[in-house]
Write a protein that binds this ligand. Structure first.
Ligand code: FES
Length: 258
């Protein structure tokens, strides 16, 4: 983990209010794994003061060398500043941070469940799992079609199921219905999205007789990203406290809710 200035190579509004930035990878970022994140600092000075915790969305190699991407919704001053960056601009970051996803060895069928911008780290995870020869089914859910990551930008081997609450794309409803259908198919599941979605997925898990491992990537509010401020605390049902930035952001759903 190191502090660095990352140079923007590409900046595009990808869909809805969701923006994509590509950066030149410094050496430390080349070793990042899906589910890890960076703290990215908007503005040239100390305003806004706090960084934004953003999961690494994807990696690629171009004739410029290794690059990594961040995908985010434009929801406030900081993300609006990020969205106005252009090629050649630089962003101060610290990373890679946190404990990412841990796919089990020698299992084949992987189920990925993303809610809204929670698709961001799952796209890279899907790329990696497909490259390892595993079967990947991804469920993406949102309130409307404008919140769904474009199917044509996923690896072509990924089976995609889409749900929208207003029925504007895919099945009308929430991700829990296809999750319940596909739970028996998968060997392991991974999810990223809002905490109420995790609770709903855990409800499906609890009500089934299946002991499938499900890893969630928490997107708790992170102010420091380094275990200092406790703004990201999670309180497991069994007691104690876990810090999303230090102990996570990946936790098994059962370790939090069971
Ligand atoms: S973000 Fe400060 S302790 Fe986790």
């Amino acid at each position: 983990m190191r502090s660095f200035h990352a140079e923007v190579t590409d900046s595009v509004r990808l869909y809805g209010d969701t923006h994509l930035l590509w950066f030149v990878s410094p050496p430390d970022m080349v070793g990042a794994t899906p589910g890890q994140f960076v703290m990215a600092y908007a503005g040239a000075g100390m305003d806004p003061l706090l960084g934004r915790a953003l999961s690494v969305h994807r990696v690629r190699t171009t004739d410029r060398g290794a690059e990594f991407a961040l995908l985010f919704d434009v929801v406030g001053r900081g993300t609006d500043w990020f969205s106005r960056l252009r090629a050649g601009d630089e962003v101060r970051m610290v990373g890679p941070l946190g404990q990412g996803f841990e796919p089990r060895e020698r299992v084949e069928r992987m189920l990925l469940v993303g809610g809204g911008i929670g698709s961001a780290p799952l796209v890279w995870l899907a790329d990696e799992l497909v490259a390892q020869g595993r079967e990947v089914t991804m469920i993406l859910g949102g309130r409307t079609a404008a919140q769904i990551f474009p199917a044509e930008l996923l690896h072509p081997s990924v089976e995609l199921v889409v749900t929208t609450e207003d029925g504007s794309l895919g099945e009308q409803g929430r991700v829990t219905a296809p999750f319940a259908r596909l739970l028996s198919w998968c060997d392991q599941a991974f999810t990223c999205g809002p905490e109420p979605m995790f609770e709903a997925l855990y409800g499906v898990l609890r009500d089934s007789a299946l002991r499938k491992p499900v890893q969630g990537l928490w997107e708790g509010r992170m102010a420091c990203g380094m275990g200092i401020c406790y703004s990201c605390a999670v309180f497991p049902v069994q007691g104690g406290v876990k810090l999303v930035c230090h102990d996570g952001p990946m936790f098994d759903l059962r370790d939090v809710y069971a």
